[in-house]
Design a protein around this ligand. Structure first.
Ligand code: MSP
Length: 701
């Protein structure tokens, strides 16, 4: 491999309107594994991640949390950065779109496009999806966004436009000449079909909100968030900087070899970004790789669906290698894949604790016991076809692993490596070194040495290959093998027969203690504890979770029960799905107990509109609702089925308590409560509403 070879890889920059979850971790870990392996191959690697912090969505989320956009973005961006540090992600830089270096660079990009005649002033009238930050061809106020189905907003604005229509042919030409530009093939075909169907000019500035980068010379406008965000890939390595020190980095690393993204942002990366770059006369990235989604409870893991799992829960129980291995082995890259705690523990126990863990501990402890902890000499006269078969398989494994990994077939590459682990474990069982050790003759001693040498060589090879994916465990096995720091290893020369006879093993310790069933419950419990509501500005200042009092046994917030339907505040109610009681009823705080205004203000009530309503199977009192509260669509499970037909609820405005901890009801996560009066002994719910028309998202005070 050429020493001068370089490799620049990026993750999307993550929105800071939601805290990190394992969906984000998935992309980051994939990139981290690729970057680590490239470095082990001697390639000069640059790995970038960061956070996307501008736009109306963020502005609104900050307002909903009652803090300034700056406070809001600082805190959530900090959470992303802290998580990657905790996971020892090897990113070389972390870009924030609110940093001066980025803002300057985006303005430089805007000016460059303007100077080349690709930006003009015009006006836009039409629908906009705030959630996707996308202008859409939907008709009429509230029409659903074709991308995400959320209601769109009507905007009339004077805007700057980018001449996207002029890029139609240049883009198609570029795709045709660079067949590997968009991968996998299915995404490439979708993009080509989309561009062929015609491109309209793109509005690239907004005047309706302020939280963004001002258009140079016209600060009433802020630059469209996607033009802002996409440019991060270049601003992070010095684009737009006047400092001559930044120039070599930009020249060295741009264009990027890989932009890794989730499939929902293909259009922005494969149409808009190359169009901007072609127009700006800048080199295009070499490839854009789109992976599938991580699903949890059968839908895309996302904050708005309330079905997220946090990485910390897994890191604090099974450790980072368990999570990394699962994500790369279990999910077939490019396709959607499901996450479950059961599957995670099963993979951990089967592949890591049993297969690799056993191979490592039995091989190393036998060398310790029979050869005083020194790698023995393999006697050629004692080699059998079984040893030769393992050697052959190991060599083939190295070749196949590299090919499969390079093609982003991570799961297959790991499967290949683990076939070798399985074969060596079988070889050990069949060759019974413990029985050979019982025999006290020279040939037996030489045979024993050969068996253990074969086993330890295979273990070394698997450990080296797996290092980019499970860096912690493999580092420990490497030290136990007596080989020092695995970081020093050059993967290019990896081959059979390289461990030196006489190598002194390190201290032998188990690498993967088996996980028992209780760990699943523990993780589920931790998830519930962790899903706390959005922080208020005071809490944001503290940088911590809200100091909400909790009932010791359920972890439920001690919010007085004021006749709210949807998330019963008592465990008995959550199991029956019965609607909670009305104000001052027996279930809640007694009417004489006064709360302070400050306590009341902690309850964030908002106007929402029911978008979806349906019965919950097997629960005659529960409805599953999807409620648009302006900043997002929430799933709420409400005990109102006896009083309301689901069909009649769609389109109705309701009041929802938006900052409650999510709870699970009948396996469904409920993210908020609907406010209702509770009538009679049965507690028949009657939804609160307004006589006047009230916009979605309005706060009740
Ligand atoms: N800010 C934009 C990206 C701008 S890049 C110039 C954005 N941010 S995001 O926070 O919504 O993150 C999107 C990325 O996070 C996805 O493209 C994907 O890489 C990752 N994922 C978030 N949820 C995911 C899953 N449930 N499954 C897999 N990946 C997920 O879009």
């Amino acid at each position: 491999m050429d020493k001068a070879e370089k490799f620049y890889i990026t993750t999307p920059i993550y929105y800071v309107n939601a805290r990190p979850h394992i969906g984000h971790t998935y992309t980051t870990v994939v990139c981290d594994a690729i970057a680590r392996r490239k470095r082990m191959l001697g390639v000069d690697t640059w790995f970038l991640t960061g956070t996307d912090e501008h736009g109306q969505k963020i502005e609104r989320s900050a307002a909903a949390a009652g803090c300034s956009p700056k406070q809001f973005v600082d805190r959530i961006s900090g959470e992303f950065r802290a998580l990657w540090q905790k996971m020892r992600i090897t990113n070389d830089d972390f870009i924030r779109t609110t940093e001066p270096r980025h803002m300057r660079g985006v303005q430089a990009m805007f000016t460059r496009l303007q100077e080349r005649g690709y930006i003009y002033k015009g006006s836009y009238s039409g629908q906009y999806c705030v959630s996707d930050e996308l202008y859409v061809d939907a008709v009429g106020p509230g029409a659903p966004c074709p991308e995400c189905g959320r209601p769109t907003e009507t905007v009339h604005e004077e805007n700057y436009f980018f001449k996207l229509s002029a890029m139609e042919q240049p883009l198609l030409k570029y795709y045709a000449e660079h067949p590997d530009f968009i991968r996998p093939e299915t995404r490439r075909n979708e993009v080509i079909a989309f561009v062929r169907s015609g491109l309209r000019d793109l509005s690239v500035s907004r005047t309706s909100f302020k939280w963004g980068i001002p258009v140079p010379g016209d600060p009433k406008h802020v630059i469209y968030v996607w033009l802002d965000a996409l440019t991060n890939y270049m601003t992070a390595i010095g684009f737009g900087s006047d400092d001559p020190k930044d120039k070599p980095k930009l020249e060295r690393y741009w264009p990027a070899e890989v932009h890794m993204i989730g499939k929902e942002i293909v259009r922005f990366h494969c149409v808009y970004w190359p169009a901007f770059l072609l127009a700006a006369e800048l080199p295009l990235p070499r490839s854009i790789i789109a992976h599938g989604w991580l699903l949890f409870e059968e839908s895309k893991m996302s904050k708005s669906r309330g079905n997220i799992v946090r990485s910390e829960t897994i890191l604090d129980t099974l450790g980072q290698d368990a999570l990394r291995y699962f994500l790369l082995r279990e999910i077939v890259f490019g396709q959607d894949g499901s996450f479950s705690f059961d599957a995670l523990v099963q993979r951990f126990n089967a592949d890591l604790a049993n297969d690799l863990g056993n191979l490592s501990s039995r091989t190393l402890s036998m060398i310790a016991r029979y050869f005083e902890g020194e790698v023995p000499y393999p006697s050629p006269s004692q080699r059998t076809p079984a040893d030769e078969a393992i050697e052959k398989q190991a060599q083939q494994t190295i070749a196949d692993f590299h090919t499969q990994f390079e093609q982003f077939h991570f799961s297959r590459a790991l499967e290949t490596a683990w076939l070798l682990v399985g074969a060596v474990n079988k070889y050990i069982v069949e060759n019974e070194p413990w029985a050979v050790a019982e025999r006290d003759d020279k040939d037996s001693k030489a045979r024993l040495a050969t068996i253990l040498h074969t086993a330890v060589e295979a273990l070394r090879i698997v450990t080296a290959l797996a290092h980019p994916i499970i860096p912690e465990a493999t580092s420990r096995i490497w030290t136990q093998l007596g080989l020092g720091e695995i970081q020093q290893l050059d993967l290019r020369g990896l081959g059979w027969g390289q461990i030196k006879t006489g190598t002194k093993l390190g201290k032998i310790e188990p690498v993967f203690p088996r996980a028992d069933k209780s760990v699943i419950e523990r993780m589920q419990h931790m998830e519930q504890e962790r899903s706390e509501p959005t922080l208020s500005p005071k809490e944001a200042d503290k940088g911590g979770a809200p100091a909400e009092s909790k009932t010791p046994e359920t972890g439920a917030p001690l919010v007085p029960d004021v006749g709210l339907s949807g998330m019963p505040s008592k465990p008995t109610q959550s199991s029956t799905g019965a609607p909670p009681s009305a104000v001052g009823d027996k279930a809640g705080a007694s009417p004489s107990e006064k709360i302070s205004a400050e306590d009341f203000f902690k309850v964030e009530m908002r106007v929402g509109e029911v978008k979806v309503a349906e019965k919950v199977k097997g629960a005659d009192k529960l409805l599953r609702l999807e409620i648009d509260i302006g900043t997002e669509v929430r799933q709420v499970v409400a005990g109102i089925a006896k009083a309301y037909d689901p069909e009649k609820l769609v389109g109705r405005k309701v009041v929802i308590v938006a900052n409650l901890q999510p709870r699970k009801l009948r396996g469904l996560e409920s993210n908020g409560m609907i406010v209702a009066a509770s009538l009679g002994d049965e507690g028949l719910p009657v939804l609160a509403g307004f006589l006047e028309d009230v916009p979605i998202g309005s706060r009740l005070k």
